[in-house]
Design a protein around this ligand. Structure first.
Ligand SMILES: Cc1cc2nc3c(=O)[nH]c(=O)nc-3n(C[C@H](O)[C@H](O)[C@H](O)COP(=O)(O)OP(=O)(O)OC[C@H]3O[C@@H](n4cnc5c(N)ncnc54)[C@H](O)[C@@H]3O)c2cc1C
Length: 232
């Protein structure tokens, strides 16, 4: 279904990540983790791209969160201002969470956090009992999107644990370093076999996460994946 909506807020999340919030159109409903196709420009310069809703269905607005690349679509999106009109199609996708799983592992890289942020927020707002462990990999500390929010979530919810890992750490970084590997999964998610995994990020990263989980003998049915082609 196609919907017209208006920008209500633009939030700079990291130096090169922006969230754009839109009015939630009447009649639009979605499941945490789903995406929309966003159309920008007028009829002669129209551009369309898919974006996960980083908002949760429990929130009163729609939000997408974009890694800025300096390319034409990205620039047009980065220039959006409150009041601007756009159209969205959707929702689409089966990388979703309602309340089907009680024990969840999440493996994410970079902007792949968007559907996972939606699911975590949904689980908290709905007061679900889901136990979630998120391993979130970024190049540098300043690339961690939703950092304050996720730290706050972890403080207030004993059943949600978030571990950031940084691949190019600065001198001040005291946390985990390196790409997500099987040792990290075993260390931070020792009961991984009892969990359903959601992994999202650039295609290569997601392929490698699925391989890791397969090497750990996780059944295919316990691995849900979403990848963003074009990201690296
Ligand atoms: C289901 C789904 C959900 C998604 N959700 C999100 C999300 O939540 N947030 C998000 O940021 N993205 C998301 N994406 C990805 C998004 O749709 C875009 O593909 C992405 O943001 C890049 O768009 P862009 O216009 O900035 O870059 P593009 O111009 O599409 O460039 C993407 C890549 O291609 C390379 N490239 C571009 N043109 C050329 C060329 N001529 N020759 C060689 N290489 C080239 C660039 O270097 C870059 O690495 C999602 C994708 C899918 C499929």
């Amino acid at each position: 279904m196609s919907f017209e909506t208006r920008v209500i807020e633009v939030i700079q999340r990291t130096p090169d990540v922006k969230s754009i919030r839109f009015e939630k159109p009447q009649g639009f409903s979605y499941i945490a983790g789903q995406y929309v196709v966003l159309t920008l420009g007028n009829s002669s310069t129209q551009m369309k791209k898919p974006f996960t809703l980083s908002s949760s269905p429990t929130e009163g607005f729609l939000e997408i969160t974009k890694k800025l690349t300096g390319h034409p679509f990205s620039n047009a999106l980065a220039d959006l201002m409150p009041g601007d009109r756009v159209s969205i199609n959707g929702p689409y996708g089966e990388f979703t969470f309602q309340k089907e799983y009680n024990n969840i592992g999440m493996l994410s890289g970079g902007i792949g956090i968007t559907p996972l942020r939606s699911m975590i927020k949904y689980s908290i707002d709905k007061k679900l009992s889901a136990n979630i462990v998120l391993l979130y990999s970024n190049s540098s500390e300043s690339d961690i999107a939703f950092r304050n929010e996720l730290e706050d979530v972890q403080r207030k919810n004993p059943n949600i644990k978030i571990i950031d890992t940084i691949t190019r750490p600065g001198m001040d970084w005291k946390g985990v370093t390196g790409r997500i590997n099987s040792e990290m999964i075993k260390r931070f998610i020792p009961d991984y076999q009892e969990r359903t995994f959601f992994t999202c990020g650039p295609l290569k990263m997601v392929d490698s996460m699925v391989s890791l989980l397969s090497e750990l003998e996780m059944p295919k049915e316990q691995i849900k994946r979403e990848s963003f082609p074009g990201e690296n």
